[in-house]
Design a protein around this ligand. Structure first.
Ligand code: FES
Ligand SMILES: [Fe+2]
Length: 413
């Protein structure tokens, strides 16, 4: 099968969707888990997922079960969720708070840094220091948490952090709390979920809630024709002016794009929002009265941020929405969406949760339906790779270029 994969990678036609086996085949799925999810920086959550000492969060990345824990010195650690005795899974809840991590099988007891503290009935010369939990690399990008399961992770995380930290910092993730999390299982290969995210070609037809706040010209779903071109020119002038204004108040906004030319690929840009221009909500106004960090300006548009292979994020003045994709089977993927607000914001006083989540709850359901349609199509015998729109699907192409390059490099390693 590796020979077939080499052949399929070699024959991928630039500008076209991938061959069907990339979306359906069990062997390629296993290679995705090994090469893409086992050797790159994977977004798993945000620091507010584990705000207190003793907080633990579990995350499954294919067969890789991971724990993120905050110790009593507030340091974060990541390790495999696998006991060093006979391999039992240690923590089962997605979130828990513990003094130590006690294996449910024979009660081997680990500290929050993963060190083995206690193991009954073991010989006198048993060396606990050799039986700590296996570490997983963990980095925080201004509060966004990434893990890498490889022994030697890609070295360019720092380059991403240097470029993106100034963009994220004004939103102060460290002083946020989780207002809501939603998991949905999308009926398609994880790459179909990612490809769907990387374009808004479908937005005008699919997303009545989302398109209330985002400008068609900013996301490539504006109508074509002379009038639309004039409107697009006005939009780009407005963006230029706003970028300068926002940067003057310490809110970097200009596009940075390394989606296809870095091992740890990423892109960001802040764009204005429609009407009131405050937030991605049904009425385009902030959903939370308490703004993030030290922000006092509501009209900051939305900072979009994408990372390869599995995340995207929207940062507004009042709330943040993060999205993580985890492969489940060749033809299903978990999409985890988390809404963050200032830690002092009070539900029912500063924000109404239903209003906060309305746009992306609806949009996720619509996107999941589209992923299912694509999944059903690529499974059928009539499917052949089709062309992307250079206007509106350039980021999908960059996702595919990145994926093909990383798979080739992984097979060669
Ligand atoms: S498997 Fe964990 S203590 Fe035995
Ligand atoms: Fe969508």
């Amino acid at each position: 099968m590796t020979q077939d994969l080499h052949r399929l990678l070699a024959r991928r036609q630039p500008g076209y969707t991938l061959d069907a086996p990339f979306y359906t085949d069990a062997d390629i799925f296993r290679q995705d888990l090994d090469i893409i999810f086992g050797r790159h920086w994977i977004f798993v959550g945000a620091e507010p997922d584990v705000p207190e000492e003793g907080d633990c969060m579990t995350v499954d990345i294919g067969p890789h079960a991971v724990v993120i824990a905050r110790d009593d010195d507030r340091q974060l650690h990541a390790f495999h969720n696998v006991c060093r005795h006979r391999g039992a899974r240690l923590l089962h809840e997605r979130h828990s708070n513990v003094g130590n991590i006690v294996c449910p099988y024979h009660q081997w007891t680990y500290g929050l840094d993963g060190g083995l503290m206690f193991a009954a009935h073991m010989p006198k010369d048993f060396d606990t220091s050799c039986h700590g939990l296996r570490k997983v690399h963990l980095r925080s990008l201004a509060g966004l948490l990434f893990v890498c399961l490889a022994e030697t992770p890609p070295a360019d995380f720092d380059a991403m952090a240097e470029a993106l930290t100034p963009y994220i910092a004004p939103h102060d993730i460290g002083h946020c709390k989780v207002a809501h999390t939603e998991d949905i299982i999308e009926p398609g290969n994880w790459k179909l979920t990612m490809e769907n995210n990387r374009e808004c070609y479908h937005c005008s037809a699919a997303h009545p809630e989302l398109t209330r706040s985002i400008f068609a010209e900013g996301f490539g779903f504006a109508p074509v024709g002379a009038a639309a071109e004039a409107q697009a020119a006005r939009f780009h002038d407005m963006v230029g002016t706003l970028h300068a204004d926002w940067e003057q108040i310490g809110v970097p906004s200009r596009e940075v794009d390394h989606l296809a030319d870095r091992v740890t690929g990423f892109r960001t840009e802040r764009l204005p929002l429609e009407d009131a221009g405050e937030s991605e909500t049904l009425d385009t106004r902030v959903a939370c009265k308490r703004l993030l960090g030290d922000l006092s300006e509501k009209r900051l548009g939305a900072l979009s941020l994408w990372t390869q292979p599995n995340s995207w994020h929207h940062f507004m003045s009042d709330h943040i929405v993060t999205f993580a994709v985890f492969p489940l089977t060749p033809e299903t993927a978990l999409l985890r969406t988390t809404w963050l607000v200032h830690q002092d914001a009070v539900e029912g006083v500063d924000y109404d949760k239903a209003n906060l989540v309305a746009v992306w709850h609806a949009t996720n359901a619509q996107d999941s339906g589209l992923v299912g349609k694509a999944g059903a199509g690529v499974r059928s015998s009539g499917y052949r790779p089709g062309p992307y729109s250079p206007d509106t699907e350039s980021l999908v192409e960059k996702f595919c270029v990145w994926y093909i390059d990383r798979m080739k490099a992984g097979l060669a390693a």
